[in-house]
Design a protein around this ligand. Structure first.
Ligand SMILES: NC(=O)c1ccc[n+]([C@@H]2O[C@H](COP(=O)([O-])OP(=O)(O)OC[C@H]3O[C@@H](n4cnc5c(N)ncnc54)[C@H](O)[C@@H]3O)[C@@H](O)[C@H]2O)c1
Ligand SMILES: [Zn+2]
Ligand SMILES: [Zn+2]
Length: 358
C-alpha cells in the first residue's frame, strides 16, 4: 500500500510502497477513506516533540473495515469507523473510573512487538496508535468506533481528533454552564471546534482570538459572538473590555507559551483556563501567583477528555442535525501526495482543515 513516510524532523515526507501486516487477534484492518491534517503532526515534523523514524504519521481518520482478527466481534467487514488515538485497555484505574482517554496501559504492539508495517524489509513505526497517512490502517479494536453509514467519511474523519478535542475540551474537560462567557485562542481546526462546543453548550459570549482575519471570519460563521485580532495589540485587554472584567472559561488551541499565559490572564475571578495546544517540550508557562487567591484555575485537556465510543457517534448526530458544522471547516482537499503541501498551507494559515482521501 502507499503511505507517507516520516524520516525525521524537518524533512519532507515521502510516499512509499509499504507492506502492512495481517490483523492480529484483536486488530482491525481499515481502508482509509479520509484523513484530516492536524497541527499535532506538524509539531512532530518540526521536531518540537520527538518521535522515532521511520514512521507513518496521521491520526485523524475515518474508513471502512476490510478484515478483522479472530477475537474481534465489535465490527465486521464493511462497517464504517472513526479511528481515535485514545486507545483504551478497559481495565486500568483510568479506564475503570471513566477516564479512558488517560489510559495508562494502552494495548497494542508498541515499538518492540512485531512491526505493523515494513518498508524495504525494515520496520516502520505506528504513530499515536493510528498512522492514517496511508491507504490502510492496522488498528487495535479499542482504537475505533462504529458510525452510521450515511455520514460522509471525509466529514467524519475530522471528528477523529480536532473536533473531538475542541468540542470535548469545552463540554467534557471544562464542562461550561449555559450562559457562560468563553474565549478561544487560536481558530484552526481545534479552536473552531471549541467555538462550536461553546455554542452547543449554550455559551452567551464566545470570543475568538487569532492573528488572521480569514480565521476570525470563519470563527464568526461557526458561532463566535466577538472576535479579537491578536496581531493588532494585547488580546487580554480587549477580552476584558468586551466582558467587563474577564471570561469565565478560556481555551488555548495554538500550542504557544504566550497565548497560554494570556488565556489565564483574561479570566475573571474564579475562571478556568484549559490548555489544549501542545506547548513545545521543555517550555514552561509563567502565571501570576496572586491570581490563585482569586480562585483562577488552569488545567490541561487530552483529546477533549473523550469517551470516544460514546462521544463520537453523538458528534455525528450533531452534524446530521446541523448543530455541528463540519463542511465549513474543510477548506482544502487532496490526495496522499499532497501531504507536504498541506503542512505548508497549515503553517501559512491558509486552511482551517485539509482533508486527504488516500
Ligand atoms: N490536547 C490535545 O489532545 C490536542 C489534540 C489535537 C491538537 N492539539 C493541539 O492543538 C493546537 C491547535 O491545533 P490545530 O490543528 O487547530 O492548529 P492550526 O494550525 O490549524 O491552528 C492554530 C491557529 O492559531 C493561530 N495562531 C497562531 N499563533 C497565534 C497567536 N499568538 N495568537 C492567536 N492565534 C494564533 C493560527 O493563525 C491558527 O489559526 C496544536 O498545538 C495541536 O497540536 C492538542
Ligand atoms: Zn490531532
Ligand atoms: Zn486503561
Amino acid at each position: 500500500m502507499k503511505a507517507a513516510i516520516f524520516h525525521g524532523p524537518n524533512q519532507q515526507l515521502t510516499i512509499e510502497d509499504v507492506k502492512i501486516d495481517d490483523p492480529g487477534p484483536n486488530e482491525v484492518l481499515v481502508k482509509t477513506a479520509a484523513t484530516g491534517v492536524c497541527h499535532s503532526d506538524l509539531h512532530f515534523i518540526e521536531g518540537l516533540y520527538p518521535y522515532p523514524a521511520p514512521a507513518i504519521l496521521g491520526h485523524e481518520a475515518a474508513g471502512v473495515v476490510e478484515a478483522v482478527g479472530e477475537h474481534v466481534d465489535y465490527v465486521q467487514p464493511g462497517d464504517h469507523v472513526i479511528a481515535c488515538l485514545s486507545t483504551f485497555c478497559g481495565t486500568c484505574d483510568y479506564c475503570t473510573t471513566g477516564r479512558p482517554s488517560l489510559c495508562s496501559n494502552k494495548p497494542g504492539r508498541g515499538f518492540t512487538g512485531k512491526p505493523y508495517y515494513t518498508w524495504d524489509d525494515k520496520p516502520v513505526f505506528q504513530f499515536l496508535n493510528v498512522s492514517s497517512y496511508a491507504e490502510k490502517m492496522l488498528l487495535h479494536e479499542n482504537t475505533i468506533v462504529k458510525i452510521n453509514k450515511d455520514v460522509p467519511l471525509e466529514k467524519a474523519a475530522l471528528i477523529g481528533c480536532g473536533v473531538m478535542t475542541g468540542v470535548g475540551a469545552v463540554l467534557f474537560t471544562a464542562r461550561i454552564e449555559a450562559g457562560s462567557s468563553v474565549a478561544v485562542f487560536g481558530c484552526g481546526g481545534v479552536g473552531l471546534s471549541a467555538i462550536q462546543g461553546a455554542r452547543i453548550g449554550g455559551a452567551r459570549q464566545i470570543i475568538a482570538v487569532d492573528m488572521l482575519e480569514s480565521k476570525l471570519a470563519t470563527a464568526r460563521e461557526l458561532g463566535a459572538t466577538h472576535v479579537v485580532d491578536a496581531s493588532s495589540g494585547d488580546p487580554v485587554q480587549q477580552i476584558k473590555d468586551i466582558t467587563g472584567g474577564g471570561v469565565e472559561y478560556s481555551f488555548e488551541a495554538i500550542g504557544n507559551k504566550r497565548a497560554a499565559e494570556q488565556s489565564f490572564e483574561c479570566l475573571q475571578n474564579g475562571g478556568t483556563a484549559t490548555i489544549v495546544g501542545m506547548i513545545p517540550v521543555g517550555q514552561k508557562i509563567e502565571l501570576d501567583g496572586t491570581s490563585f487567591l482569586f480562585e483562577k484555575k488552569v488545567q490541561g485537556s487530552n483529546m477533549g477528555s473523550n469517551r470516544f465510543r460514546r462521544d463520537m457517534p453523538r458528534l455525528v448526530d450533531f452534524y446530521q442535525q446541523g448543530r455541528l458544522k463540519l463542511d465549513e471547516m474543510i477548506t482544502r482537499t487532496g490526495k496522499l501526495e499532497d501531504i507536504n503541501e498541506a503542512f505548508r498551507a497549515m503553517k501559512a494559515g491558509e486552511v482551517a482543515r485539509t482533508v486527504l482521501t488516500p
